[in-house]
Design a protein around this ligand. Sequence first.
Ligand code: CDP
Length: 340
Amino acid sequence: MTSVAPAVGDVAALGYLSMTALEVAAPVVLVAVLAVVGAWSASRGRDLYVRLLRHGLIAALVLLVPGAFLIGWFIAFDPETISGITTTPAQQTSWILSMSLFGAGLSMLVGVAAYGLGGWVSGALSNKRRYKLIIAIDGPAASGKGTLAKRIAAHYGLGWLDTGLLYRAVARDVVVKGGRLEDLGAAIAAARAIDATTLCDPHLRGPRAGDDASMIAKIPEVRAALLDYQRTFAQQGKGAVLDGRDIGTVVCPDARVKIFVTASDEARARRRFLEHHGRGDTITYEELLADIRRRDARDSNRSVAPLAAAPDAILLDTTDLDADQAFVAAMKIIEKKVGK
Ligand code: CDP
């Protein structure tokens, strides 16, 4: 009968191999786990040093045990290394001990580095998303949102979108095609076919265009059709400044800064009057005051995306401020939120 028991040498070789595999796999897995924990911790917004203190030390201690064990075991398992360096059993023991300590230190270092790297990568990625500067400027008719938004955008080198122009353009397109503003189908079709390259049309700033715009702006499907364009615009490059009625509440609820600009009805009508007269439009102050009040009431009372300040918007009353003073006040609000 032949023996099936493995030779003593085979068992030793098998043990040695599995230990080597363990030596490679265990640190790799542990380092990967630590990198993930580091990334997770960073994604919760914790500061790197706090995170290193809280988790990095735990990580180091976790790695200390297997590190010491594995290196000590490796040395102990490799009698040739030991006998080449040491002669007495006491020397062997102290060699194994010091190598274990070395292993422990090394694995602690690798653990902390992996943890920090994971956190850094995750932090860098989320910063890129979060640090897009999107500024929402909302407010009632003729409150000076547009002038302010344009200056802020120029100051930061961001894109600027006067979202009122989109609604004005939809109303224009309905009328140009011979439709009526009360015709829901015509307004919805015009909103779906809107061509953003026509927003620079000077007629959109005409005296009746604002009122026409507010007529079609209360139609939910019209608003829905214009939403994608506004959101995509906001996400460009470094970010953008958008002004309108529902930017902070609906279009960009995650905007980093939200300002709600107001001014008395009379101050707004006065500014609009000067604006129109500068362009040669014939419309009276009284007509403009009535238009502003009518539009504010319609915009505030509609069922979808009404004119309203977002709960986290900062109010800026510009009744007694000129354009420069309003800009300075707005910049103070922005810098307080995002720094200089
Ligand atoms: O410049 P002004 O404040 O007079 O008006 P606008 O911003 O050009 O907006 C014209 C009209 O479009 C407003 O009265 C609103 O009815 C509508 N609008 C809106 O509903 N939502 C927006 N985000 C922007 C404008």
